[in-house]
Design a protein around this ligand. Structure first.
Ligand code: CP3
Length: 354
């Protein structure tokens, strides 16, 4: 494999010095880009694109052709795992993801197993291989998975949810079944991330999008132990082959000390916590990723530059920061503003050569 021409992301995740702060954005490939909408119109649907490695590659590279981003993220979805477990994922326009089958009882759980990564999820690994080839070392490729808890939310609810009523009822009334589900999800996530690494992913992120809907005590019971198991058990290699792990969690501010002790390499945070505070509370044990409020992209270029500067200042001097939004981009955001953001991160964080 070709050597990386831009290794800022990997250096920052390993808390090594960088010439400027690396930046990538959650949902950097997606509906805000006209070229994405054009490809989607041709392909017919999101799933048709995600299941076709050449199209997934084309979309992964679209934002890199426009912006000076320091990483590519695999174009796919977190719901590929439950789909491969037999839940049958589909999308209804305007309503988001849905499953034909749900997991609501011990009998439903008994039907689940860890999918085979090179058959049932081969399209994901093929996409990773095609993208690595096309990137040709330009920037590293990030692979990803949902967290065991976040996957379970969709599997139990059968789709998105406002109140998480079914899964929270399961946590209270049938915790053994929920722990069984979280356990099989954890095995699947570890196998999935390992397979993406073997296929060529150079950094890995776990999205715990819904960890923040849990009370602290419930989070410590139903999300944290499984994130910790992933961080401890996932083989990331060593030296040049080392593949850093980022645990991103929406609303994870109450748990930063615990996440820093989990064995992960980096923690991704949303904008409800100051990076200076997150840095103090994680005590240099992990790198930090984040945490600009995505809504800042609705501001003027001048406002975006000011807010980028505030995030960089909040982290402060020294290595170990990867710039990102605190959550994903929205379809109505202006692509030009993304260019302003990316350039502001690089310019405002440039270190003079020692
Ligand atoms: O960040 C990236 O650019 C990589 C690609 C990526 C997608 N989904 C593409 C996608 C990633 C990392 C995800 C993860 C994902 N998927 C999460 C966790 C991240 C987060 O936002 O916290 C979740 C919760 C999902 C489940 C999911 N898939 C949702 C809620 C949706 C949106 C549905 C809607 O109608 O808004 C999807 C579909 C999806 N995944 C789209 C994209 C670009 C939109 C597809 C389209 O309609 O064109």
């Amino acid at each position: 494999m070709t050597a990386l021409k831009n290794d800022r992301l990997l250096r920052a995740l390993k808390r090594q010095p960088v010439d400027c702060t690396p930046v990538w954005l959650m949902r950097q490939a997606g509906r805000y880009l006209p070229e994405y909408r054009a490809t989607r119109a041709k392909a017919g649907s999101f799933l048709a694109m995600a299941k076709n490695p050449e199209i997934a590659c084309e979309i992964t590279l679209q934002p890199l052709a426009r912006f000076d981003l320091d990483a590519a993220i695999l174009f796919s979805d977190i719901l590929t795992i439950p789909d491969a477990m037999g839940l049958e994922l589909y999308f209804v326009d305007g309503e988001g993801p849905k499953f034909r089958n749900t997991v609501r009882s011990a009998a439903d759980l008994a039907k689940l197993g860890v999918p085979d990564m090179e058959t049932e999820l081969r399209y994901v690994m093929d996409a990773v291989r095609v993208i690595r080839g096309e990137l040709d070392g330009k920037v590293p490729l990030i692979g990803f998975s949902g967290s065991p808890w976040t996957l379970a939310c969709y599997m139990v609810e059968g789709g998105g949810s406002k109140d998480f009523a079914r899964i929270k009822a399961m946590a209270l009334n049938d915790p053994a079944t929920l722990h069984g589900l979280l356990s099989v999800n954890t095995d699947a996530v570890i196998a999935y991330l390992s397979a993406q690494r073997a296929a060529g992913a150079q950094a890995l992120q776990v999205f715990d999008t819904w960890g923040g809907v849990l009370s602290p005590a419930m989070y410590r019971e139903f999300s944290l132990p499984y994130l910790t198991r992933i961080a401890r058990e996932l083989d990331r290699g060593a030296n040049e082959e080392f593949t850093p792990l980022i645990l991103f969690g929406k609303g994870n501010a109450a748990h930063l000390e615990a996440l820093a002790e989990s064995g992960t390499d980096a923690v991704g945070v949303d904008w409800l916590v100051e990076l200076s505070e997150a840095r103090r509370r994680t005590g240099g044990k992990v790198a930090l990723q984040g945490n600009l409020d995505p809504a800042v992209l609705y501001g003027s270029p001048e406002a975006i530059r000011t807010q980028v500067g505030n995030v960089l200042n909040s982290y402060g001097q020294g290595s170990g920061h990867v710039f990102n939004l605190g959550h994903g981009m929205s379809p109505d955001m202006d692509p030009e503003h993304v260019g302003v953001l990316v350039d502001a991160v690089h310019t405002l964080s440039a270190r003079s050569p020692a």
